[in-house]
Design a protein around this ligand. Structure first.
Ligand code: URP
Ligand code: ZN
Ligand code: ZN
Length: 465
């Protein structure tokens, strides 16, 4: 069995940092040793002196190859997972999508076929439920048996992914009965649709009206409602891609009274803001839902504080890339036709590292927690994933806190023609990424295999109180 020793570095965990050498045998971590232990022999020695050794990042929310209106998100599992690997990730969780009228199990099988043999890092699925009926509930039993232990529903996008409160409650009852977790996209879709059609009728068709017709109060209202439904049914609830201070307050209040309610935010909400949509049609590059928020209203500060205080538990990307040319441009005369979503998968863990070692707005251990360890626990992957300990998968990132990195669409690996973080200078640089004992990124080179990722059969939520 091949042995690798990562020596001289500081191992960073969610609960502390220690100078330790990491001995890898085959795919797993065999030992954590006192620094530079003299007698250890290995086939490969990786010198991490002066470097930090992080657990591989886990992006718990990506959308490879999903349809949105007339467009399909540009990254395949192959291109998106290679980009994710360059960004320090060793696992991602994507979404089979059941559309109205379609069988749920069919969507799972189709997405599995797209991912298996193509994904460069390990992968799991949350199931999107788009048509709640008896057959769907029977199919949910089948996907649960396949290790899909979380299900996403939407109070947004009427006529597409939207479910009524009754339908959401029915799935929550089913999930509560078997201990699985419901994920909610919380925005009041019906009111948003009214505001959107009124804006277009007035001639307000530029990208900025995407943000102005999805006010934060409607995200807060929907969050409040789905938390009430979770309390009623007793289901663990995870609210995805939180952009608004109102939602942080709702999650914090629910957690204070002991509910199993959890919150995810994304780098775009932590680093970007609404003004980017207000630059003519260039603003289409920043159209996602929920929208980027007005910085002056304090949402961003509230998100950062929420992460530090554990009112929010996870940073994922909601990666959903569309080219500016030909795809975002579908909405050139009407913002409602701009496909929603941003390319982020390559930069999430890097941006969090920058926030820790550069901006120092997030503690380094908390960075590992929200970027790897808690996602692993939340989605039933711990301690195989998300941690550096004996017996865990050898998923490691060797990171240079003194390095730097400039984000650009000319150098990124995502299959998309722009970057929403273009020109941003990051403190810190990822030098090597290891997936289950194999170095898959070495400096500028991808050294992994595009089918090397394994399907992750997940257990139940390990964050329950
Ligand atoms: O704009 C977004 N978020 N696109 C992806 C679909 C979703 O709602 O997660
Ligand atoms: Zn969503
Ligand atoms: Zn999403």
């Amino acid at each position: 069995m091949a042995r690798t020793l990562v020596h001289g570095g500081t191992v960073v965990s969610a609960d502390g940092s220690r100078r330790l050498d990491v001995l890898v045998e085959g795919e797993t971590i065999a030992a954590l040793l006192a620094p530079d232990s003299p007698s250890v022999e290995a086939d490969l020695m990786i010198d991490a002196t002066g470097k930090l050794v992080l657990p591989g990042g886990i992006d718990a929310h990506t959308h490879m190859e999903i349809p949105f209106g007339e467009a399909t998100s540009k990254d395949t599992f192959e291109t998106g997972s290679v980009a994710a690997a360059f960004g320090g990730n060793t696992a991602l969780i994507d979404f089979p999508i059941q559309m109205k009228g379609d069988p749920l199990m069919g969507s799972f099988e189709q997405t599995m076929a797209k991912a298996e043999g193509h994904c460069a890092i390990d992968f799991g699925f949350h199931q999107i439920v788009g048509d709640v009926n008896e057959q769907t509930l029977a199919d949910l039993d089948l996907v649960l048996a396949e290790g899909v232990t979380s299900y996403k529903l939407f109070t947004a996008y009427p006529g597409v992914y939207y479910s009524t409160d009754g339908e959401i409650t029915r799935v929550m009852q089913w999930a509560a009965a078997n201990g699985s977790t419901v994920l909610m996209h919380a925005e009041n879709g019906s009111v948003i649709d009214l505001l959107r059609s009124q804006a277009v009728a007035r001639g307000d068709t530029a990208p900025i009206f995407h943000a102005l017709t999805r006010p934060s109060s409607l995200e807060g209202e929907a969050a409040h409602r789905v938390i009430a439904l979770a309390e009623l049914t007793g289901v663990p609830l995870y609210i995805v891609h939180i952009s608004a201070g109102e939602v942080v307050a709702e999650v914090a209040a629910a957690r204070r009274i002991g509910l199993n309610v959890f919150g995810e935010t994304c780098p775009q909400y932590l680093f970007l803001d609404q003004s980017l949509l207000d630059q003519g049609f260039e603003g289409a590059k920043f159209v996602c839902s929920p929208p980027l928020r007005d910085r002056s209203q304090g949402h961003q500060e509230t998100l950062w504080r929420g992460l530090a205080d554990d009112d929010l538990q996870v940073v994922a990307t909601d990666h959903c890339p569309f080219d500016f040319a030909g795809q975002k441009e579908l909405g050139i005369d009407d913002f409602t036709k701009i496909p929603n979503g941003l390319p982020v998968v390559e930069h999430r863990y890097q941006l969090l590292f920058h926030a820790a070692v550069g901006e120092r707005r997030l503690d380094l251990n908390r960075m590992v927690d929200v970027g790897a360890t808690t996602p692993a626990k939340m989605f039933g992957l711990y301690p195989k994933k998300g941690t550096i300990e004996v017996g865990a998968d050898a998923d490691l990132v060797v990171a240079d806190p003194e390095g730097s990195y400039v984000i650009s669409s000319t150098t990124h690996h995502m299959n998309v023609d722009y970057s929403c973080f273009e020109g941003m200078e990051l403190a810190g640089r990822f030098e090597k990424v290891m997936l289950r004992g194999r170095v898959i990124v070495d400096g500028e080179a991808f050294t992994g295999g595009t089918g090397h990722g394994s399907y992750l059969r997940r257990g139940l939520n390990q964050c329950l109180r």
